[in-house]
Design a protein around this ligand. Structure first.
Ligand SMILES: [Cu+2]
Length: 144
C-alpha cells in the first residue's frame, strides 16, 4: 500500500508539473519560449547613514544615477534599488551615493563630501551598521 501511495503521489505530482509548464507557455508567443532577462533588476547594498535627512540625500543620489526606485533603510543601513541595466549599474549608483557623502559597499565618500553633510548626518564611519539615529527633525515617509 505504501508503494502504491508513493506511485500515485508521484503521478499526481507529475501531472501537476506538466500542467504548470503548459500554463506558463500557453500565454507566450511560440518564438519567445526562451527565458528573457527581466528589464528591471534589483540590488541591495550597505550605505552608512544616520537619519531621515540622510535618507533623502542617499535616495536622491541614487535616483540621479538612474535608478527606477531606491529605498534606504536607516535601521539596517541598506539601500535597495531597482534599475534598468541598460540605463545604469550598481557601480554607478554606489559612486553617486559616495559623492553625495555616504560611504557604501562600493565606494568611500570623499572627505570633503562627508564634511559637507549636516552635523547630524555625519555618521560613524567605522563601518558599524545599524546605528540609526534621530536628529529630532525628521519626518520619514513624508514627501512621497
Ligand atoms: Cu542624516
Amino acid at each position: 500500500m505504501q508503494a502504491f501511495k508513493f506511485v500515485f503521489t508521484a503521478l499526481l505530482l507529475g501531472l501537476f508539473l506538466v500542467n504548470t509548464a503548459n500554463a506558463q507557455t500557453a500565454g507566450m508567443v511560440k518564438k519567445t519560449a526562451v527565458t528573457v532577462a527581466p528589464a528591471v533588476q534589483s540590488a541591495t547594498f550597505q550605505v552608512l547613514g544616520n537619519c531621515g535627512m540622510c535618507k533623502k540625500t542617499i535616495e536622491k543620489a541614487a535616483a540621479s544615477a538612474g535608478t527606477t526606485s531606491a529605498i534606504w533603510d536607516a535601521e539596517k543601513d541598506l539601500l535597495t534599488e531597482t534599475f534598468d541595466p541598460a540605463k545604469t549599474a550598481v557601480d554607478a549608483v554606489q559612486k553617486a551615493v559616495a559623492l553625495s557623502g555616504y560611504d557604501n559597499a562600493g565606494y568611500k565618500a570623499p572627505d570633503e563630501a562627508y564634511n559637507n553633510l549636516h552635523g547630524c548626518c555625519q555618521y560613524d564611519r567605522s563601518g558599524a551598521p545599524g546605528s540609526a539615529k534621530s536628529c529630532g527633525m525628521e519626518n520619514e515617509g513624508a514627501g512621497h
